[in-house]
Design a protein around this ligand. Structure first.
Ligand code: PEP
Ligand code: MG
Length: 572
């Protein structure tokens, strides 16, 4: 048995037969010719023909992915088309060709420049570098007339049942081509858990461990490999005990609501980023939606969605969960989520800039009001009782007061227009130290607080959530973060408000006892982890969990916290 550590990306386990995917066609460029000898017109034509071919392939991939995985995941190929036809890239490539650079070299130069810009950016934008490489390689293959060498995407769609796929890295198109019934697991040398490929694998519920490093290369085709996406381990030639653990952890959904062994109810909800994810959320037995990332309605398009479009999207979520709560987060852009039609001047440090509720209140109150109109109207429909609305990246009480006042004025407008509407439950995300310190004041003015640990861990620890170099600091298990969580839940205790968590931390079954013990009433996560967390909640004794949480909060280092939780050191 040999074990390799990586980053668990889909928290499921699977075992099967290793098979390497090595698609790398040789994309080495020929030597640069003398500019005088380049036929500029022919090269411009070749560039255009290559773009046409790639555009068609991307649209095919988009349609296939929409059908097999979901609209949300398919949107990545629209983003790829955006890169392909990005006017500044196209202009720069054409200008270079006019100066005597062959099209392939001009494409490689321009995309490499863009790749390095994205690599140098903050947060998830860094992972868009993978998307750019995907588009660059498609263009180069077309320009150099090189089909993929080795295995191809068609091979990926037809892998035999029980395959564990090993690869240097997978592109979103590769991942979307996989058949989740055939692929028992994925392990990659490179890649992070928020790359688009990892997100697609999660939506397909394929066990995945990414970023294993070069050591993975020592695994040979045909060896038996276990991928443990929860522990972030790849085990070659696993023993019977490890294999049994995989067999026992079936994906069976628990449909009913759950409570701890001693009767404390905990809602286990799903995070969704679009309508296509509602199906998996209901299939896996989620008790509603704890985070509807409404910005997914706004990205990858030329203009904002209309009130009607937003209303329909919210209604669709409410009717998927007619008896449950659906928490819609108002538009959360800025920082690592830019939107082309919102002209946001460059900021030297966008994570400390105009993000979340700041943009809705200060610069885009028109978008905010339209969104609130759609939400208040949806709240008056059949399943509208379950609607809740929360505001992202809150730091000040005044913001909450202004947001609530805007809700009230939108309600007045709708009333004077004679339009059916209702005011839903209102809440704030706790994603900043300020919000955690002010949790009592926020809870006084709102119905609930929901902790976004992805951002909270970043701001508490002053560590960019997407920067590998400081990944060890971006640590939700650091006592400083745990104390912020404790402060938040303590602030709602004994009030009518409830506390939830919708950051990635909530979906880790190894932390369920801690979070229940801290007093969270609701945990919301990627749909794939809902059954495991529900199973875990049922095993927890609340009194034990409370003292475990108190011990963890009293710790001074991550190591002490891990000891208290009985966990080995691992990726957080
Ligand atoms: C968070 O910050 O934890 C969160 C849930 O929001 P997002 O990941 O969308 O920033
Ligand atoms: Mg956030």
């Amino acid at each position: 048995m040999r074990t390799f550590d990586g980053v668990g990306s889909t928290p499921r386990s699977g075992v099967g037969t290793a098979r390497w995917y090595r698609p790398d066609a040789d994309l080495t460029l020929p030597d640069r010719p003398d500019p005088e000898s380049v036929d500029v017109h022919a090269e411009l034509d070749r560039y255009e023909a290559a773009r046409d071919a790639v555009r068609e392939a991307l649209r095919d991939a988009r349609d296939r992915t929409a059908e097999r995985v979901g609209e949300e995941e398919a949107a990545v190929f629209e983003a790829h088309e955006g890169f392909l036809d990005d006017p500044t890239i196209v202009e720069d490539v054409e200008a270079a060709v006019r100066e005597g650079t062959p099209a392939a070299h001009a494409v490689a130069d321009r995309f490499d420049e863009a790749v390095s810009q994205f690599e140098g950016m903050e947060g998830r934008m860094a992972e868009r570098a993978d998307d750019l490489r995907d588009v660059r390689d498609r263009l180069l293959r077309a320009l150099l007339n090189r089909e993929s060498g080795g295995s191809t995407a068609a091979d990926l769609a037809a892998l035999p049942e029980g395959t564990v796929l090993l690869a240097e890295r997978l592109t979103p198109s590769d991942t979307a081509a996989l058949d989740p019934d055939a692929v028992a697991g994925i392990a990659t040398v490179e890649g992070g858990r928020t790359s688009h490929a990892a997100i697609i694998a999660r939506s397909l519920a394929i066990p995945a461990v990414v970023g294993v490093g070069e050591a993975l290369e020592s695994v040979a085709d045909g060896e038996t490999v276990l991928v443990d996406g929860e522990a972030g381990e790849v085990v070659v030639d696993p023993d019977e005990a490890r294999r049994d653990a995989v067999r026992e952890a079936g994906p069976d959904a628990i449909r009913e609501r759950v409570e701890t062994a001693d009767g404390r109810p905990v809602e286990v909800a799903a995070n969704v980023g679009g309508e296509a994810e509602l199906g998996p959320a209901t299939e896996r037995g989620a008790d509603g939606i704890g985070l509807f990332r409404s910005e997914f309605l706004f990205v990858d398009r030329e203009a904002p969605p209309s009130e009607a479009e937003q209303y329909e999207a919210v209604r669709a979520s409410l009717s998927a969960f007619p008896d449950d709560r659906v928490v819609v987060r108002t538009l959360d852009v800025g920082g690592d989520k830019p939107i082309p039609y919102l002209v946001l001047p460059d900021e030297p440090n966008p994570f400390l800039g105009r993000r979340g509720i700041r943009l809705s209140l200060d610069e885009h109150d028109d978008l905010f009001e339209t969104q609130l109109r759609a939400l208040l109207r949806a709240a008056a429909t059949d399943a509208g009782d379950g609607l809740a609305v929360m505001f992202p990246l809150v730091t000040r009480v005044e913001e909450v007061e202004r947001a609530v006042a805007t809700v009230e004025s939108v309600a007045d407008d709708l009333a004077s227009e004679g339009v059916d509407h209702a005011v839903p439950e209102l809440g704030a995300m706790v994603e900043t130290p300020a919000a955690a310190f002010l949790a009592d004041a926020l809870a006084e003015r709102l119905d609930f607080l929901s902790v976004g640990t992805n951002d909270l861990a970043g701001y508490v620890m002053a560590a960019d959530r997407g920067n590998d170099a400081v990944a060890e600091y971006h640590d939700p298990l650091h006592p400083a973060v745990l104390r912020a969580l404790d402060r938040t839940t303590a602030a709602v205790e004994g009030t009518d408000a409830w506390a939830g968590m919708c950051g990635e931390m909530a979906g880790d079954p190894a932390l369920t006892e801690l979070l229940v013990g801290l007093g969270f009433d609701e945990l919301s996560m990627s749909a794939v982890t809902v059954p495991d967390v529900k199973r875990r909640v049922r095993e927890v004794e609340f009194d034990d969990a409370r003292s475990l949480a108190a011990d963890a909060v009293a710790c001074e280092t991550r190591g002490e916290v891990l000891d208290v939780l009985g966990l080995d050191d691992r990726e957080s």
